[in-house]
Design a protein around this ligand. Structure first.
Ligand SMILES: [Zn+2]
Length: 499
């Protein structure tokens, strides 16, 4: 009887080499993708369906004061004594900040009236706007912004005067941060009490505590309490001003933000001061609040701004996920097509046991252990993905066993396609839905959409690890059959591989 063809061993080695090459490069590509998501801008688009039907103008105010407590979740804001007391004296609103729930992009929406999708500002992690935003503050002479720390955010917003100053070497850092920590509140109070028409105070400590310990931690609640006292101290400096009090996003229980979760998007927002009535309402969109700000200051928003008059926004609150931007139709359709191809490829198995069960098990264990992938979760950004792959190690064991048995019964091609076709197609679907294909052509864009961008992070690693396991089993079996060639004739099981 003839020994197994050298050709089949060579074929196995080539297939294994290709899979190993993919397994090696995919995590590196994911790492580059993370950098694009965190630092680049998305191509501008305008998925928000929100149209104003009236031209009512919110009344002007001589002095406008805006205090933003970064990362203060609505559930915690509701328990803050001074914030609650202030809000009960005016318009007490739920404000939907849209997506993504990240400080600079949300604050540019507040100060320009354009959503994150319209501006294309997605994460901009430690990536200031140079030149600064052209929006509301740039139209108000003498406007002042003061930040507790992370001053690069207020320095990006187009205010005439900003503090703290930037570090002369690294503009993402603040100059003399230690000294500033002891002075900043005095500076903020003095600015609020001044004659300046517009003053913005950005309190950061709540967000810092959220990242460190999560929303339910003592640290977070203490930080929220201190921020609340700071707010009270600011309010008493200008009782006759118009005040806008809000947050830019919430925090997950375990800490983190960025995704489209309701608890992150919907924050407390209040407007109070002389002439403002008492009313509760919302959710309104943050761009509605931007219009009220612009009206208060007598400045204009870009023609594309969707913000509605506040009265109208309160009468017609947002429904459901209206503020969550939909995926572009073409991207979504192509993603579904990819998934359909993946299912067809899985069908190549023609045997139930040879279907890509490992991939189903990996996805289900991910959902059970980690929940739906979200951009708010730090594992998304972990370069090694170590926290992720522990989740699907059992699934890889299933893959190894099925591949080993499969190679003994059906052809190499059928095993590889059956095991890896669906996972690879799922990666392609997530790339399509999030609009990430241009990255492969070398374009520097941030492919950020709700849900699918977050799915891409674990899917790339699942596909890479799956490819590595299949490659190793293919190699292992080839080596074995190479030895067998010298000792015994072809086994019935490998004969079946020609079917
Ligand atoms: Zn944060």
């Amino acid at each position: 009887m003839a020994p197994p063809a050298r050709g089949s061993i060579l074929r196995a080695i080539i297939v294994a080499a290709l899979l190993i090459a993919f397994a090696w490069t995919a995590p590196l590509a994911r790492h580059r993708w993370i950098q694009h998501v965190l630092h680049d801008d998305a191509p501008p688009r305008d998925p928000l369906r929100l149209t104003a039907t009236s031209h009512a103008v919110f009344p002007r105010a001589d002095r406008v004061r805006v205090v933003l407590i970064d990362g203060l979740a609505a559930s915690v804001a509701a328990k803050q004594v001074h914030l609650h007391a202030a809000c009960s004296r005016g318009l007490d609103l739920v404000v939907d900040v849209g997506f993504p729930t990240v400080s600079l992009p949300v604050e540019t929406a507040l100060w320009s009236g354009l959503t994150q999708q319209q501006s294309g500002y997605m994460f901009r992690s430690d990536t200031p706007l140079v030149p600064p935003l052209v929006g509301i503050p740039s139209q108000v002479p003498g406007s002042i912004a003061i930040a507790e720390d992370h001053g690069w955010i207020v320095r990006s917003l187009g205010f005439a005067h900003t503090e703290p100053a930037a570090d002369p070497i690294d503009v993402t850092k603040d100059a003399a941060p230690e000294a500033w920590r002891g002075q900043w509140l005095q500076h903020a109070r003095a600015a609020v009490a001044s004659d300046a028409k517009l003053v913005f105070v950005h309190i950061l400590r709540v967000d810092t505590a959220g990242h460190r310990s999560g929303r339910d931690s003592l640290l977070y609640w203490v930080a929220a309490g201190i921020a609340d006292s700071m707010l009270d101290g600011l309010l008493e400096q200008a009782p006759d001003a118009r005040w806008f009090l809000l947050s830019d996003h919430g925090h997950l229980t375990r800490g983190g933000h960025g995704g489209a979760e309701d608890e992150l998007r919907q924050v407390e927002g209040c407007v109070l001061g002389p002439g403002i009535t008492t009313k509760t309402g919302g959710p309104i969109h943050i761009v509605d609040l931007a219009r009220a700000l612009a009206d208060s200051l007598g400045v204009t928003l870009a023609p594309a701004a969707h913000g509605r008059p506040l009265e109208e926004a309160m009468n017609f609150p947002l429904h459901g996920a209206q503020a969550v931007p939909a995926v572009p139709l073409g991207h979504g359709a192509f993603a579904w097509l990819m998934l359909a191809v993946g299912v067809l490829l899985a069908y190549v198995a023609r045997r139930a046991w040879l279907a890509p069960w490992w991939f189903i098990v990996a996805c289900v264990s991910w959902l059970v252990i980690q929940g739906e992938p979200t951009l708010s979760s730090s594992e998304m950004w972990a370069p090694s993905g170590r926290a992720m792959y522990v989740t699907w190690l059992p699934a890889l064991a299933v893959l190894g066993a099925v591949t080993w048995v499969g190679l003994g019964r059906v052809s190499l091609a059928r095993v590889v396609i059956a095991q890896l076709g669906l996972p690879f197609a799922a990666v392609a679907a997530a790339i399509s839905a999030s609009g990430a294909w241009p990255l492969l052509l070398g374009r520097a864009i941030a492919p950020v959409v709700p849900h699918f961008t977050a799915w891409l992070s674990p899917l790339i690693l699942m596909a890479a690890h799956g490819a590595a396991v299949v490659a190793l089993v293919v190699l292992g079996r080839s080596v074995r059959s190479g030895f067998d060639r010298h000792s015994r004739p072809e086994t019935p099981s490998s004969a079946a591989a020609t079917e």
